[in-house]
Write a protein of this length. Structure first.
Ligand code: C2O
Ligand code: CU
Ligand code: CU
Length: 427
């Protein structure tokens, strides 16, 4: 609703019952629904107030992942929402069109809260995204897909979050894969060219996605902005928290049924029927946007991912401490961050408040994939890889003080909850 020119979303964080399996109600958490939350549709330049009321019996938080908002509005463990309380994230949207999301960020409890169903998409549009000749009819040819995997209790009335120490390290990878809270749902395509907004909303599973007939598609946006040009591919890898917008041309598949598949675990996320009467194929532009050249850093930092004993995860040998600030940055700063994963397990790396540009993998610029050359806020770090990226803090952007700092962390939620996280300020 619109109140004096400010767009309000009033959302309730609730206990709910959701039907994943026919005839069975499973206990979940939800945001104004029965599992997950509504997609929030925002526009660059708009003033918004996203009001969350916590109707759970536990304290939580709600973070806008990918949002460039002041530290106070970031929804981390520094902004808890007490049981029964209401908390508002109020800010002016100041960033380009992209697909973001919201989820809890409670200290040591992000993983279980997300697992129970607390997450939703945030779509930001701008004048560029609205002018481009790309599929953009929400729900018709612009389709959000929140991809997750879950374990259920034997009678399926509960989501089962009980990782072992081994699963904390190696991933808590469920046996049931779900899309927008449904098991292998069917999408009837009414247009021949479909844009899917993919979100890896899992706790700690890396997805490798493609279509059952191996067809090619084009990625048009990564986490935080359009790519300069569409990138052609037939498989895409997304680690937890990463987003990709892809456009698929189903013209040759009229009348067919395809599947969006996950190849590492041989699962189906979505069944797609290409309606015989499907219409409207746009001609995807060759150039989607123009990104600024990667800026020259004036400072560099190194972050080494590690462990300090069973179930204790670290960055530079330190485990997360709400009262410790690991880095103090200023508006306009350009820094090179090197993140080293010399462990035998996969990780990724996410930062709050801004985005970054990946410049090298394992010391090689050639190993940076075409589709990770845009603005990202989470980047995959497979076992024994190192990467460098350039963090740009906007000169006229937002700030975060030591009482309400930003975070950087591994987005494998079991690693984050167990300490693989640090904090930084922007003054
Ligand atoms: Cu998606 Cu710090 O989180
Ligand atoms: Cu975030
Ligand atoms: Cu990790």
């Amino acid at each position: 609703k619109d109140v004096n020119g400010v767009l309000h979303y009033d959302l309730d964080i609730v206990n709910a019952q959701h039907s994943f399996f026919e005839g069975i109600q499973t206990a979940t958490y939800a945001i104004s629904g029965t599992y997950l939350g509504p997609t929030l549709l925002l526009k660059n330049g708009m003033d918004v107030s996203i009001n969350y009321t916590n109707k759970l019996d536990v304290e939580t938080t709600m973070h806008g992942h990918g949002m460039h908002v002041p530290g106070k509005m970031d929804g981390t463990a520094h902004q808890p929402i007490a049981v029964g309380a209401r908390w508002s994230a109020s800010y002016r949207v100041q960033q380009n069109a992209c697909t973001n999301w919201y989820h809890p960020h409670y200290l040591h409890k992000t993983a279980p809260h997300v697992y129970q169903g607390l997450a939703g998409m945030i779509i930001i549009e701008d004048s560029e995204s609205q002018a481009l000749d790309i599929p953009k009819r929400y729900g018709i040819d612009d389709i959000p897909l929140v991809l997750q995997d879950r374990f259920f209790s034997a009678d399926k009335t509960q989501l089962d979050y009980s990782p072992s120490n081994m699963q904390l390290s190696n991933g808590y990878i469920g046996d049931t894969f779900i899309t927008n809270g449904a098991i292998e749902p069917t999408f009837d395509a009414e247009a021949k060219e479909i844009r899917f907004r993919l979100l890896n909303g899992s706790n700690s599973t890396v997805y490798e996605l493609g279509f059952s007939n191996g067809k090619n598609f084009r990625q048009i946006a990564s986490d935080n902005a359009f790519l300069e040009k569409p990138v052609n591919m037939n498989r895409i890898i997304l680690s937890p928290g990463e987003r990709a917008e892809i456009v698929v041309d189903f013209t040759d598949d009229t009348g067919a049924s395809l599947r969006l598949e996950e190849y590492r675990y041989s699962k189906t996320f979505l069944k797609i029927n290409i309606n015989k009467n499907a219409t409207a194929v746009t001609s995807l532009p060759a150039q989607l946007t123009t990104l600024d050249p990667v800026a020259t850093p004036t400072n560099s930092r190194q972050f080494r991912l590690g462990m300090a004993g069973m179930g204790v995860f670290t960055i530079n040998d330190k485990t997360m401490d709400m009262n410790r600030i690991d880095a103090a940055l200023s508006q306009g700063d350009v820094e090179e961050w090197e993140v080293i994963n010399d462990m035998g397990v996969d990780h990724n790396f996410h930062i709050h408040g801004t985005h970054f540009r990946v410049v090298s993998r394992n010391g090689s610029t050639a190993q940076v994939l075409e589709n990770e050359k845009g603005y990202k806020d989470v980047v995959y770090l497979p076992a024994n890889e190192t990467l460098k990226f350039i963090v740009e803090i906007p000169a006229d952007g937002v700030t975060a003080d030591s009482n309400n700092p930003y975070m950087f962390h591994c987005h494998f939620l079991e690693h984050e909850d167990n300490g693989m996280m640090g904090q930084f300020t922007v003054s």
